[in-house]
Write a protein that binds this ligand. Structure first.
Ligand code: SF4
Length: 465
């Protein structure tokens, strides 16, 4: 019988069906970090339990690491304690830790794919909402809470409610200046921030077929912002060529055998879906959020809707009918697990070449991993950024959620390539976040206000796709 990828992966990992209707799923890869794991390890210790599969558990540090001065001990004693605690726990349980000295440290959703830990047909769990990123490879990847981190450490299993599948087909070519970030912001706006509740999102259609793995990761990353439990793209040649040669990927004949198996996990033609939505790629324009959730967005050439949420308008200090174009910004942030990969940095740098950040704007670029940072430096992107007035930082989550010193102050407005614009998300309880693509962030940084990257590009810089 024709099946979806979700069903195949689910069935392959079901240990047993629980009396309450949930499935006990075996988790192939558990990614942990310094923020959601310490209490989970404490709970294990309190019960005298050990980690069931240390070899299937990989740790890194990302949320609290400073991006300016990464020397130990950190100035922030709480951050130092969290990192030390992760080090102790990993030592005690023989878990591989990709720390600052490893050369492989970075945001957990950036390093998994870049090391080849993330593979098609897998179940993956991590104590961070944006674990859906790994679905770009045809994995089923769950963001989990601390008690579930404990459960996976102790048993390598999760109890999960069954999911429906919504296929979102995107057809046609994206316009120049329109990126994967615009696609997912557009999808969330159309389907709502709770529209995906109870669903897995399967992204299909020729637009996704043409996307690079980095672009697919950007889309899958924000599935959770649309309420979907997971998001995925069926594995294909683009997936396999990205994976070939990466450290944790099988080599030689084993790789060919793995490709056969990975291909077999893709959704079958004729598989039944619980819901289907088809969207037109050519109609998507550069998109920016105006509110306090990622569904509150408009295309850059639109105005804030007339029936807009009063709480959001009041917090953001916007009015219905107002355009976002021309909104003065204070901070520009290129980073986060949504948009901190090499291709994101290249696109932002392409906009910045020959320009300088506006005098009133603080601009920082935070590569997603040490590997991204090193690759960008080999291409000279660091010089493009610094000559344009951006600060070139060490890898980490940084101003995505501001658990380190990178924070907004007061009512500052930030043009941000991250994934959440909730109140207080970027460190200041009253700070304001405008989500957009890295190219749009770069253009806003130069103009000192929100601009349409397509017009900015027409005025001098190239714009890509
Ligand atoms: S960059 Fe932001 S969303 Fe991504 S893992 Fe870090 S804190 Fe979570």
């Amino acid at each position: 019988m024709a099946s979806t990828l979700l069903q195949k992966v689910w069935d392959a990992h079901t240990v047993r069906r629980l009396p309450n209707g949930q499935a006990q799923l075996f988790i192939g890869l558990h990614l942990i970090h310094e923020v959601t794991s310490p209490q989970a390890f404490d709970m294990l210790r309190a019960r005298g339990w050990s980690v069931a599969f240390p070899s299937r558990t990989i740790a890194t540090v990302d949320h609290i690491v400073p991006t300016l001065d990464q020397r130990r001990p950190f100035v922030d004693l709480l951050a130092e304690e969290m990192l030390s605690s992760l080090e102790r726990n990993c030592r005690e349980h023989q878990i591989r830790l990709l720390d600052l000295a490893s050369g492989h440290q970075g945001i957990v959703h950036v390093i998994g794919p870049e090391l080849g830990l993330t593979q098609p047909g897998m179940t993956i769990a991590c104590g961070d909402s944006h674990t859906s990123t790994h679905g770009a490879f045809g994995a089923i990847a769950f963001g989990i809470g601390t008690s579930q981190v404990r459960d996976v450490l102790a048993s390598q299993c999760l109890a999960m409610d069954p999911l429906k599948v919504r296929r979102i087909s995107l057809k046609g070519r994206l316009q120049p200046g329109v990126y994967a970030k615009d696609v997912i912001l557009h999808i969330i706006r159309r389907l709502g921030v709770k529209g995906g509740a109870g669903f897995a999102y399967e992204y299909a259609g020729d637009t996704f077929d043409r996307m690079s793995m980095d672009e697919r990761m950007t889309v899958c990353n924000m599935s959770i912002e649309g309420g979907a439990r997971v998001g995925y793209v069926n594995p294909d040649e683009t997936t396999f060529s990205y994976m070939r040669g990466r450290p944790f990927v099988p080599q030689g004949e084993e790789f060919e055998r793995a490709c056969d198996w990975w291909s077999s996990m893709a959704s079958d033609p004729g598989a039944a879906y619980d819901d289907e939505v088809t969207l037109d790629a050519a109609s998507i324009r550069p998109t920016v959020t105006w509110g306090i959730n990622p569904g509150q967005s408009i295309a850059i050439d639109e105005r804030i809707p007339s029936a807009a949420d009063d709480e959001a308008l009041a917090f953001m200090d916007f009015r219905s009918g107002q355009p976002l174009k021309g909104t003065r910004i204070d901070v520009a942030f290129v980073g986060s697990c949504t948009n901190s990969r090499l291709s994101d940095l290249r696109e932002a740098a392409r906009i910045l070449r020959g320009h300088h950040v506006a005098p009133h704007v603080k601009a920082l670029v935070v590569p997603g991993s040490q590997a991204v940072r090193a690759a960008a430096e080999r291409e000279g992107l660091d010089r493009v950024f610094t000559e344009a007035g951006f600060e070139w930082r060490g890898a980490g989550c940084s101003m995505c959620l501001a658990m380190n010193p990178d924070r907004l102050e007061g009512r500052q407005i930030c043009a941000s390539s991250s994934n959440r614009n909730f109140k207080g998300r970027q460190g200041s309880p009253t700070g304001r976040t405008l989500l957009m693509s890295p190219a749009m962030v770069a253009a806003a940084a130069v103009a000192g206000e929100v601009v349409d990257v397509r017009e900015f590009a027409a005025a001098g810089a190239g714009v890509g796709r």
